[in-house]
Design a protein around this ligand. Sequence first.
Ligand SMILES: Cc1ncc(COP(=O)(O)O)c(C=O)c1O
Length: 344
Amino acid sequence: MFEINKLIRPSLRDLKPYSSARDEYEGEAEVYLDANENPEGNYNRYPDPLQRSLKNQIANRVQISSNQIFIGNGSDEVIDLLIRLCCVPGQDQIITFVPTYGMYKVSAKINDIEVLELPMDENFQPIVNADNPEWNNPKNKLLFLCSPNNPTGNLVKDSLVEDLLSTFKGLVVIDEAYIQFTKENSLINCLNKHNNLFVIQTFSKSLGLAGARIGMGFGSVEMIDWLNKIKPPYNVSVLNQEAALKKMLESQENASSEVDRIVQNRKELEVQLGGLKNIIKIYKSDANFLLVEVLEGEKMYNELLRNGIVVRKRKEISANALRVTVGTKEENRKLINVISSLAV
Ligand SMILES: Cc1ncc(COP(=O)(O)O)c(C=O)c1O
């Protein structure tokens, strides 16, 4: 039986969180003399620490209660706070399935937390083995799974996620940074069925706001309360909140057209790359990038750079693996031109 209070670091269980001026007074006043702000200026006031307007918009969109939403300074902050909330430094452990997004391990290491890296199969699906004695180690507090996975681009099968949720004793964190590029439903819909599930999404990918640093966490009311207790009081600036709210309102009008365009461009890019002699393999992607195996990866990377195009080396896959983000049609054309000029 999963109990959130047992998952919280013992030293935090009696934490009295910092109470900011904006926590103690909610609503509109005529004169604010409570937070030692400068009385003049455009951005002279502290932001809403609980980002209520933004959460209300998101709640409407994803059909969840706003007290099941956490907003972080990017989803990287959400990852870090989950680790800090649940794992005792020098003692506890998180589980990941590799290859995957690098920040789970980096955040764990920064917090002096061990990482148990379990393998995926040849289709980059996690190998779930609940008989592995390490699986039930009480040190395992969090399991991070990315779907669609970065850098491989594939979705994880629902049945495997179900296996994880039913056998893992800690919190299962599903990182859905790229979910909007797929036809699959978000696991947010399953939150009320599984209280050991936590879902992460971001404004950085399909919503095009990587510069504004807005990450979202969706979980049980208790888990969100805990995250609110340990976060820096004003973790999301007024500017970030404004940018995200504006984006929510705009994207109501042109709904999924941006995402459709990126997915269409990905399909075209896949066909074009597939026709080139120096591209050995293109992995099936449900995200806004393609993982490719090429002839002479290092050389291609450097040639692309020399032509002003930056892609990402993915050495954990192979020495010749590159991860290419889907750009505009024009950017993709430039990429294809450079790669095909290397093939001759
Ligand atoms: C799987 C995954 N999760 C989280 C992030 C971080 O996103 P954010 O910009 O919200 O911090 C990334 C960024 O590339 C990512 O690929």
